[in-house]
Design a protein around this ligand. Structure first.
Ligand SMILES: [Zn+2]
Ligand SMILES: [Zn+2]
Length: 181
């Protein structure tokens, strides 16, 4: 499959996120590293503080998440988080969102976005309302097709603010070349 270029903010470029990592990290390969341990600690702390329940599974940075901030896995109860979300102000709210799935599922209650239990708990703890997929990932329809001035192309499910975002490869200006119906 052809690799897609990704849009990145034109501002706030730090050396870490300036160059996207080419290497696909193995799913569990980063376990035990300091960044990984820090994430685990953060999720455990938020779980106790906001839910008054321990998080006893694994929280993992997963660079393969593209359109979502996090994901809860029903089978082994681990949580994935998107490394791109690390610097975001609402990252804690994303963690809370995933922990709502986690705790409700383990308690045998309504853990899906549409469930009353989920909505109530999310509101109570102040979790992010924007909804990463859980379990089997739905195929995201990428209706918006963009190209940069050097001809790198990428597709997005949602419109990109072409004034604020530039090409992730060459920093060229972006323009919408096509929108599917
Ligand atoms: Zn969710
Ligand atoms: Zn480009």
């Amino acid at each position: 499959m052809k690799k897609r270029a990704r849009p990145v903010p034109s501002k706030r470029v730090s050396p870490q996120n300036a160059a996207p990592t080419k290497k696909r990290q193995g799913f569990q390969s980063s376990l035990g590293t300091p960044v990984q341990a820090a994430l685990q600690q953060q999720v455990e702390a938020i779980s106790l503080a906001a839910f008054n329940r321990p998080f006893t599974h694994q929280a993992v940075w997963n660079a393969r998440l593209q359109t979502t901030g996090g994901r809860y896995h029903l089978k082994d109860h681990h949580l994935d988080f998107n490394p791109k979300m690390k610097e975001q102000e609402d990252f804690e709210a994303i963690i809370k969102h995933e922990l709502c799935h986690y705790h409700l599922h383990l308690l045998g209650r309504g853990y899906k976005h549409a469930d009353a239990d989920f909505k109530a708990l999310l509101k109570q703890v102040g979790g992010s309302r924007y909804a990463p997929d859980i379990g089997a990932r739905r195929k995201v329809q990428r209706k918006y097709h963009y190209a940069c001035s050097s001809g790198h192309t990428f597709d997005r499910a949602r419109p990109v603010d072409t004034k604020r975002y530039r090409c992730g490869r060459c920093r060229g200006r972006l323009s919408l070349i096509k929108k599917d119906n």
